[in-house]
Design a protein around this ligand. Structure first.
Ligand code: ADP
Ligand code: MN
Ligand code: MN
Ligand code: MN
Length: 333
């Protein structure tokens, strides 16, 4: 029997923004990826004296980087007694997703990110700044596009891994890009977004550049990087009033959501660059200056979904989808 290379991926305990880690386990062909362990004292997840943490596989797919029979295995982190580790945000998401399963909520997440070459965003000159924002978003041509070869490769491998990627586009700052995952249920979209992020870092490695999820990658008059989270319940897909009700529910828990939408959100949501200040909440049709946008076709069709524009690029999708489930499906009052 042949051997299978399984790359075990997990989320560490780095504060304030956790990082992805991974290591390789060689399996027998046909063997289900078993639970495994790692040294939590090296990932900010345990003290040296009681360092063992457990990895439990939650999602697996083909590994397009290694090819062949290789697989990627996304994990959640547990204590040796199999209870969820405090850094395991998936466990709470799973519980809430189960509780509100009858609402059939699905999410489409737009993951923005920025390539860095050394200490500068890719496409920034060694000194000074490139031409101001305006031509880069969905641009074409060597004066506007930086890193397309990596982005194309990332899309290829996401598709090869059979992730639910739904598109890519160039963003408003040089070296800034986006990919979208979904629409899928909370756990699926979140597991796959984390794997999509891992593949992004991994493929960029091959090109000697690194992808970052910094919410404000360049100071000054440059857009931040977000993770707009589009969502709908079964009811919203049938009724416009349900879409409005969802936006109103988000208003009632605005502060709680902002606190959990990624570190550094106040640097990004200043109100000076798309999406209003984190200090206010508003929603509107086609309004990209709002906290929550109702797409124009949703108003036309009188049903569909809405876009929460507040989450940072560095948000944890297990946390964001759980909060939206609790607030919208749970009917926050
Ligand atoms: P934008 O115009 O804001 O850039 P994108 O096209 O980047 O929008 O992303 C929109 C996302 O919304 C996609 O991931 C798409 O799959 C998702 N989406 C579409 N319809 C629904 C729906 N009914 N429920 C949830 N998400 C949806
Ligand atoms: Mn988008
Ligand atoms: Mn975008
Ligand atoms: Mn958007």
């Amino acid at each position: 029997m042949g051997k299978v290379r399984a790359e075990y991926i997990w989320i560490d305990g780095t504060i304030p923004t956790p990082k992805l880690r991974s290591k390789t386990k060689v399996l027998e062909e046909g063997e289900e990826p078993p639970v495994w362990a790692f040294d939590g004292s090296s990932t900010n997840q345990a003290a040296g004296s009681t360092s063992d943490c457990v990895l439990r596989p939650v999602f697996k797919c083909h590994d397009p980087m290694r090819g062949g029979t290789s697989i990627l295995v996304m994990n959640e982190v547990l204590f040796p007694d199999m209870s969820p580790h405090p850094t395991n945000t998936r466990a709470a998401c799973e519980e809430v997703a189960g509780k509100y399963a009858s609402h059939e909520m699905i999410f489409g997440i737009e993951q923005e990110y920025t390539f860095f070459k050394g200490s500068r965003p890719l496409g920034f000159p060694d000194a000074g700044y490139p031409a101001p924002q305006g031509g880069y978003y969905c641009g074409v041509g060597a004066d506007e596009v930086f890193g397309r070869d990596v982005v194309e490769k990332h899309l290829d491998i996401c598709l090869e891994a059979d992730l639910g990627v739904s598109g890519i586009n160039g963003e408003v700052m040089p070296g800034q890009w986006e990919f979208q995952i979904g629409p899928l249920p909370a756990l699926e979209v979140s597991d796959q977004l984390w794997v999509g992020r891992w593949l992004l870092y991994r493929v960029a490695e091959e090109y000697g550049i690194n992808a970052t999820l910094y919410p404000k990658p360049a100071r000054g008059d440059w857009n931040g990087a977000g993770a707009h989270t589009n969502f709908s319940t079964k009811e919203m897909r049938e009724s416009y009033q349900a879409c409005i009700d969802a936006a109103e529910a988000l208003r009632r828990r605005h502060d709680l959501h902002i606190e959990n939408y990624g570190s550094g959100i106040e640097e990004r949501l200043t109100g000076r660059h798309e999406t209003c200040s984190y200090k206010e909440f508003r929603y509107g049709v086609s309004d990209r200056g709002a906290s929550v946008r109702i797409p124009w076709q949703v108003e036309r069709d009188q049903k569909g979904y809405i876009e929460d524009r507040r989450p940072n690029a560095n948000m944890d999708p297990y946390v964001v989808t759980r909060l939206i489930l609790e607030t919208v499906a749970g009917g926050a009052t």
